[in-house]
Structures are given as C-alpha cells and as structure tokens.
Design a protein around this ligand. Structure first.
Ligand SMILES: Nc1ncnc2c1ncn2[C@@H]1O[C@H](COP(=O)(O)OP(=O)(O)OP(=O)(O)O)[C@@H](O)[C@H]1O
Length: 762
C-alpha cells in the first residue's frame, strides 16, 4: 500500500537516497551522526515538518549463507515502491519435526482435547479429572514438564466477581509538572527536562481522556465513569480471576523453588554491536526526544481507529510509532528496537488492528471467528496490559474482540471465554497459548486465520526459556503472515536467529540513535559496590533516603529470584517500609491486585523479581533498585526502564557485591557512575539485624537455596563451585544464619554441587 502525505514535500527531492523515511516516498541522505546538523541546514523544511525527518533508519536484514554472519541489504527503490514482500523461506529450524508436531496436534485436537465444542463444562471437568495425573495443573508447564498427555484442567469454580477493573483515579500530581528538586537519592543532581516534551505530554494529560492503564483485577469494580469501556472490556472480564497454581509457567523469574535454573542462552550478551543504523537522520537536537511531529491522521489508519487513538489521548506518534507504522501498514515484517517506555505497544497494536479491520467482517453469530492478530508477551502482566491497550484503541470497533490467555488463570475459564466471546485479536503468554493449541477444541483451526504475529519483548521470547514454545506456536500458524518483533534490546544473537519468526527480507528499524545509549539520559544510573553483609542495611538506608527526599516516591526493588524477593520483601516490611511484592511464587490474583495497586499509588515500594522487569508500564516510578547481579545486560536495561518512562526523570541504583563488579564491563557504554557510599550508623545496623532475626526460617532457607541456584547458573560465578559455596554461605550469614541451611541431596545433585565443602545436605 502506498502512503502519501503532504505531497509538496516531494519537491524537496533530497538526494542521494540512502535512508528513507517511510512516511514519504523520498529518500534522505544521511550517513553519519555528524551529518545531522548539516542536514538541518540544508533541509530547513525539517523545522516545519520535523516528523518527516526521522531519527531512525531502516534496512533489510538477510541472514548470510549458513554459518556465515548475517548481512544487511537494502531493498531497491523499485522494491520499496511496490511494497514487495519476498516469499518467506523456512521460518522454523526443524520443519520436519514441527510439521509432525502440527499434524499430530491436529489429529489430537479431536481425540485428546480437553473440551469439545459441544461438551458441557461439567462433562469436560469429569473427563479431565479422569485423565489427569497428580500435580499436572500447571498450565504452560504441561509440555515442558512432560508432554501433552496428562495435561489437566481443574474443575472450574464459579466466580461472580469477574470484573475488569480499570483504575480510574486520576493523579492530581501532574505527570509533567515541574522537574523534581535538584537532588537524587545518592546526592546527584537532576537534569533538566525538555520543555517541549513536557508541554506535549501535559496537553495529553490535561485532556483528562486517558487514565492510567490498569490490570484485570477481580477485586476492582468498574467505575461508573468507565461505562463506555465496559463493552470494550467484556472479552477480558473474568479471565484473570482464578489461578491454577501460584508458581507456574510463562514468566518464570528463574526460581523454580529448588534453586535449579534454566540457563538463558542469551544472557550476558555482549555490548551493543555495529548493527545500529549508521545513516540515521535526526528529528531534533535532543537525543532523548521520543515524540515525533507526525500525527496519527497523517498515516493510513481507519477513521474509527483514529477516533480511538484520539480518545486515548494520543495525538502525535512517538518516534517508534512514526518509524514503524508506515512500514508495517505496507505489509513488511519488522524487527524494531526502541527505548523503554516510548510507545512500542501502540506501535504494534495499531497496525495489527488495521489488519483486522481490513479482513472480512465476521457474522453476527459467529462465536469463534479466526484469530487474525496474535500477540505474544513473555509475562502475564504484560499480556494483560497489551490487551487493555488494544481495547482502548478498539473503542470504536465494537465488532472486533480481544481476549487474553495467560498462565495462572484456570484454563477451563479461558476456554469458556474463547467459546463464548468472539475475538479476532488474541494476546497470550507462550506456555498458555501452547496449551490451548494442544488442548482447546477448535483453537488450532482458529489460529490458521492468523495474519499478523507480534512478538513483544522479542529477544526474551527468542531466548532459550521460550524458544521451543515460540517455534511450536509459529508452526501452528500460517507461514503467509506478517510478523512484528519489538523490544528495547536487540542483542546480536537475536538478530542472528530472528528468521525463526521473520521473513528474510524483514526490516530492522532501530530508533535508538547511533552513539547514544540504550537507556534514557534523564535516568541517573549509579552503582554501589558493597560486601553481602552490608547489603541489607545499605538497601534500607538508600530507600529511607529516597523516601525522605521525595515523599511522592514510588520505588521498585529488583531481586535475583522469587525466593530472594520474598525474603527482601519480608525484611523491608519488618522495617516498616510500605512495600508490596510480586514474583512467580505469588498467586496470579495477588500479582494482579498488587500490580494494579502499584500502578495507582505513590509512597510505595514494589519488591519484585524479573516478572516485572519488562514492559510493565507503571507511571511515575522514581527509583529502580537492582540488588545483586542482573541476569544480563538486557535485563538491566529493561528493569531500569521501569523508571524514566515517557521522557520523565528517574533514578537507578545497582547494588553489587565486589565479586559481581565484572557486570559493570557489560554495561560500560551506559552512563552508570559510582555512587558515594552511604553510611550505615550502628543503630540502623542493629535495626536491620533485629528485623532479619524476625524473619521466618523457611523464607531464609528458601532464599539461600534459590540464591545458590541463581549464581550457580551465572557462568562467571557458578564456574568455580568452591567459591560459589563460600559466597552462598556469606549470603547466609548476611541473613543472620551462621550455619547455612541444609539443602536436599537431590537438589544439590541437580545443581552439580554434591560433595562441595561448606554445603549441608538433608
Ligand atoms: N503516541 C502516544 N502519545 C502519547 N502517549 C503514548 C503514545 N503512545 C504510547 N503512549 C504511552 O506511552 C507509555 C509507554 O508506552 P509502552 O508501555 O507501549 O512503552 P514501551 O516502549 O512498550 O516500553 P517497554 O520497553 O518498557 O515495554 C504508555 O503509558 C502509553 O500509553
């Protein structure tokens, strides 16, 4: 599809074309960052139509011949003009295996399924009870932990509190109010924010049309003022209300409770490579500006979507939206990289909605229409958030339904919803989606309608934790489709394997200006290096300082594992800080409720594992603390990205032990500075020790085992098992346990730690 805007601009005819701004059918010649000011002088129209000079560039990516490094190629002008999509080659690595799996699946959909379209729920429950074995209630884990057979569904408990709770409280504090005081938790100065950005966002907020986005929460009630959204939310209602288990599947935070960690093949990835676009035109002198000058109505978006966008309070596109939308609406596969909190969700949802809009309308009574847009997110919170955003955008498309399928929700409930409410857009976490493919009658057939596949947080979805699930999901949807992959981090490894999902002629759109960091300059990043025995008191002191500094604080503390998160939350609670905790060991209803509360609150600290690291859009987070080694450079960036969203200020503090200092070399391109060491007075030390002594022994034991498991999986620490155990015992002492807790022999065996001196077994 050709998109034409402001034709007079064509007269400018800049040359020679090297990088194109996709909104225009013209080429812009920019080869280096230094050429940007020259560009401004030569093409003053940029001032008038800044949206038409982009801060990003696109180019096609083609993997090189087998074994060789991938090469970048640029499509010819003619190809671009035609919007040509080359025929995709094999999109999965082992096609034979996968096609076997699919045919097996299709056959099984008639014999091994959980429910048949005609079966009543009670029948379904009976059959499944008779089929299932013990302990098979973990949703996505069904396959990962032992194959399809044996999958079980709990008997559905009726729930009458299944409401979709959209938070409605509007903050009285302007999100773009005057900059915070010139101070920082550790005494650093705030940087000034750009007035332009502030004004723009204020305008949006002042309109009062978009409240904070919320999560499904069975405890929340729909607000009267949100009436018009009830209809939009109907398909989501009741999905996130009852959990199957409290520690299942999709978004594991690395802690399976035994301290056994699945290694992340993409963790500890290297530094930013040369694949950043070299020839990127710039919009403005501020490298941190993320808003473009392009209005949504300048792009080929349906009038009803435009109305929805307007009601959501969005007027102009963010840079990533302006960069990707024109390419996506042409039908291209896209891999997009844009900093955290810059509007990637709308960037992939809006064009996906447009594909649905252009598809044949469904019959009024067609309850199970083909799923046309499939959005996959790595965590439940993120999936729910994306579904909520989709519903916002779909406000004026009453015939388009969205549903979300995620771990932690009773699968039978989801099956009922899938059967009862038509939906053409499905947002899912991978494990649960795979369960539905394998076990929900008619689901695989519906997936054959997929025209757009979105992988949000693509690098996470393609790492070893999810890769197999994603490959299987991909094999269950048509090859002839459009695929969109988005993330704030796109490490080299992901580029090399992205053809698992993307066509070979996909476009890689990188909106992170070359030479700038992957993080926001308005977020002050500091590190504190201190031995383990000082870390709990230090954490307390830093948080107390932050609270004293900003009564309107909203902080997130990231910990290495779910069990360690539980311990830290217990400690900070004991120290009378206002905390909430979220991690994979918590029930989904609890997670949802806490997430919702944190979104709306101020004066609260969220202690969490990596389930909150990516994508979750909590407004106005003032501080992100990371305690212990982040799983990777990427994870550090995503966690930090919970603050400084939408151009705001923020603060990030990384607390490491001296033997974890090596991590700093993986983020040496980021402006991470050494913080002045906060002092711990004797009273504080005693107070923390007392609080530690109050903590439940079980939580310490669990934290010790999880800690050992986590660091065992981190190559640099885990390679030397003797040293690892010494460090684990140091951690034990930091919790007040001079004698380390005993660990089951079996677990130690699985960790490869049998007979290592210093460990106690049971
Ligand atoms: N065009 C727009 N104008 C104003 N606000 C927008 C626009 N697009 C998105 N937003 C808002 O920007 C915020 C951040 O968006 P979003 O959560 O999609 O960021 P993201 O880039 O996906 O972040 P992350 O990398 O952390 O996942 C959201 O609150 C969203 O409502």
């Amino acid at each position: 599809m050709s998109i034409k805007f402001l034709p007079p601009l064509r007269l400018l005819n800049p040359s020679p074309p090297v990088t194109r701004f996709p909104l225009m059918n013209v080429g812009l010649s920019i080869n280096t960052r230094r050429s940007v000011p020259i560009f401004s002088r030569v093409f003053p129209f940029k001032l008038k139509y800044p949206g038409f000079s982009s801060r990003f560039s696109t180019r096609s990516f083609r993997p090189g011949p087998t074994g060789s490094r991938p090469e970048f190629t640029r499509r010819t002008g003619a190809e671009r003009e035609r919007g040509e999509v080359r025929t995709s080659k094999s999109l999965v690595e082992d096609e034979a295996e996968l096609s076997d799996w699919v045919s097996d699946l299709r056959t099984n959909s008639f014999r091994g399924r959980v429910t048949s379209e005609d079966e009543s729920d009670s029948d379904m429950g009976r059959r499944n009870r008779s089929k299932r074995g013990p302990g098979r209630d973990r949703d996505s884990g069904s396959n990962r932990r032992g194959g399809r057979e044996g999958f079980s569904v709990k008997r559905r408990r009726e729930s009458d509190s299944d409401e979709f709770g959209e938070p409605t409280r509007r903050r009285t504090v302007s999100t773009f109010g005057p900059p915070r005081k010139n101070r920082g938790t550790l005494g650093l100065q705030n940087e000034k924010r750009g007035q332009g950005e502030r004004d723009l966002w204020l305008k949006r907020d002042d309109k009062g049309v978009k409240g904070e986005r919320g999560f499904i929460d069975d405890d929340d009630e729909l607000d009267d003022g949100e009436d018009e959204r009830k209809g939009l939310m109907r398909n989501l209602g009741g999905l996130v209300t009852e959990e199957e288990s409290d520690d299942d599947d999709d978004d594991e935070d690395g802690d399976n409770g035994n301290g056994i960690f699945e290694k992340n093949a993409l963790s500890s990835t290297g530094l930013k490579k040369e694949f950043d676009m070299k020839d990127r035109p710039s919009l403005s002198s501020s490298s941190d500006s993320f808003m473009s000058e392009t209005r949504f109505d300048q792009c080929s978006i349906s009038p009803l979507s435009l109305k929805g966008i307007k009601d959501a309070g969005y007027e102009k596109m963010t840079v990533v939206q302006a960069a990707t939308l024109p390419v996506i609406v042409k039908g291209k596969d896209v891999l997009a990289k844009a900093k955290t909190g810059t509007g990637k969700t709308v960037a992939f949802l809006l064009p996906s909605i447009e594909v649905v809009v252009k598809s044949p309308p469904i019959d009024r009574d067609q309850k199970r229409p083909p799923i046309i847009a499939l959005v996959i997110c790595p965590t439940r919170e993120l999936a729910t958030q994306a579904a909520t955003e989709a519903n916002t955008l779909l406000k004026y498309h009453p015939s388009i339904g969205v549903q979300v399928v995620i771990g932690g929700v009773r699968i039978a409930l989801e099956q009922r919803n899938l059967q009862a409410n038509p939906c053409q857009i499905l947002v899912a976490t991978p494990g649960r989606l795979k369960d539905h493919i394998e076990n929900t009658a008619g689901f695989a057939t519906r997936l054959m309608g997929v025209k757009v596949l979105v992988l949000d947080e693509a690098d996470r979805l393609l790492d070893m934790g999810f890769r197999k699930d994603i490959e299987k999901i991909i094999s269950a949807i048509p090859k002839q489709r459009q695929t969109l992959m988005f993330s704030a981090t796109v490490p080299e490894e992901v580029r090399q394997i992205c053809h698992v999902a993307l066509k070979r002629d996909h476009e890689f759109i990188n909106t992170v200006e070359e030479g700038t960091e992957d993080t926001h300059s308005k977020v002050r990043q500091m590190h504190v290096i201190a031995p383990l025995d000082k870390q709990f008191p230090l954490l307390y002191v830093i948080l107390k300082d932050h609270i004293a500094d900003d009564p309107d604080y909203k902080a997130i503390v990231f910990c290495t594992t779910a069990r360690v998160t539980g311990l830290v939350a217990g400690l900070l609670g004991e120290l009378n800080l206002n905390i909430r905790e979220i991690h994979s060991r918590k029930a989904q209803t609890y997670r949802t409720r806490v997430s919702n509360e944190f979104r709306k609150s101020r004066g609260l600290i969220l202690v969490t594992s990596d389930v909150s690291a990516r994508g979750v859009d909590y407004p106005d987070v003032t501080l992100v603390m990371q305690v212990g080694l982040p799983a990777s450079r990427e994870q550090y960036i995503h966690r930090l990205g919970r603050t400084g969203r939408k151009g705001k200020e923020g603060e990030g503090i990384l607390l490491l032990a001296p033997w974890e200092e090596f991590f700093l070399s993986t983020v040496k391109d980021l402006p991470l500075t050494k913080a002045p060491m906060p002092s711990i007075d004797p009273d504080t030390k005693k107070k923390v020790e007392r609080a530690l002594s109050q903590l439940d022994m079980n939580s310490k034991q669990a934290a010790y085992q999880a800690w050992l498991g986590y660091y065992n999986s981190q190559k640099k620490v885990g390679n030397d098992k003797y040293r690892l155990v010494e460090l684990a015992n140091e951690f034990s002492r930091s919790m007040g346990l001079d004698t380390p807790p005993a660990i089951p022999k079996l677990v130690l065996g699985k960790m490869g730690l049998r007979n290592i001196p210093g460990l106690r077994t049971k």
